[in-house]
Design a binder for this molecule. Structure first.
Ligand SMILES: [Zn+2]
Length: 296
């Protein structure tokens, strides 16, 4: 993990989840995301202090634990103010919501109550909306990147866009098979929005910084459209959500072996089914207390 200088104002920290740092001329810093846990938070703080900066604010792009688990330590150590969208704030402040929604709203079993699915929780001091904000005297643009998570944002400063999990590197698309998305229509809108951006550098949380985001967007969009097509082809006969999940995963070489993986894939498949229902391309029916989806 290193603090990499992009310009006098903008840095990024390479990690399992890439982070951003925007500073002003007084050496005050605004961190974008925090990594998964206290240990990561400590390493991040060491880098920031080692460069002579004072941490004043933290923008959390979305509520997934790998992005906000380091925040409580950083807030405790520095008094930094926390910024997030209203929708993500609810989960960031009450992190049980993440395993709770993954387990259909029922109280989750212990394999979902670990740091990968549940961050320690931190108070969000400022709710943000898209547009330019002045966070602790540091000006950045909040960009609406909903889709992967329903209230996800990106942060732009000095020609650099930190684009969170809106797109992931093509090799990560291949590794995951079907990338996690919660709101498919918004994810597709976000691909279009990213294509129109004029930033000179893009930094996805999972992947390397790139000056041309085109191939990355293409890889993500293609995989979403291929998965939509796969699901529609499967639904020439009525199938349950569980059957659709099993078939779609098999076709992508995905092998589900634990409850966490199953819950994440289930959320993704439900996002596709919700999208197709709203588009009027599939319908639901009920037989023998089972819910079936099929093409209309
Ligand atoms: Zn995420």
């Amino acid at each position: 993990m290193n603090l990499n200088k992009i310009s006098d104002r903008v840095y990024y920290i390479d990690s399992a989840v890439n982070m951003g740092l925007v500073v002003n001329d007084r050496g005050e810093a605004l961190l974008i995301d925090t990594g998964i846990d206290e240990s990561t938070g400590k390493k991040v703080l060491k880098l920031i202090l080692g460069a002579g900066f004072a941490l004043k604010g933290i923008i959390l792009t979305h509520s997934h634990a790998d992005h906000c688990g380091g925040a409580p330590h950083l807030v405790k150590a520095t008094g930094a103010r926390v910024y997030a969208t209203g929708l993500e704030k609810g989960v960031i402040e009450s992190p049980l919501w993440e395993p709770l929604y993954l387990f259909s709203g029922a109280y989750p079993p212990s394999p979902l109550l670990n740091k990968f699915f549940m961050a320690p929780g931190v108070a969000v001091n400022h709710t943000v909306v898209p547009g330019v904000i002045n966070a602790g005297d540091i000006s950045v643009e909040i960009v609406d990147l909903a889709g992967h998570s329903p209230g996800q944002i990106g942060v732009a400063a000095g020609g650099v866009l930190f684009c969170a999990d809106s797109v992931i590197a093509p090799e990560v698309v291949e590794k995951h098979g079907i990338p996690l998305n919660s709101h498919l229509a918004r994810a597709l809108d976000t691909f279009d929005l990213l294509e129109a951006r004029k930033d000179s550098l893009f930094i996805p949380a999972h992947g390397s910084p790139v000056s041309d985001l085109g191939p990355v967007i293409k890889a993500n969009r293609s995989r979403v459209l291929e998965t939509l097509s796969t699901i529609l082809q499967l639904l020439d006969k009525p199938l349950t959500a569980e059957e659709i999940l099993a078939e779609a995963c098999s076709q992508r070489g995905i092998s589900i072996t634990n409850i966490g993986q199953q819950c994440l894939m289930n959320l993704t498949v439900m996002a596709y089914l919700g999208y197709l229902l709203e588009e009027g391309r599939i319908a639901v029916s009920y037989e023998s207390n089972r819910q079936y989806f099929s093409m209309v």
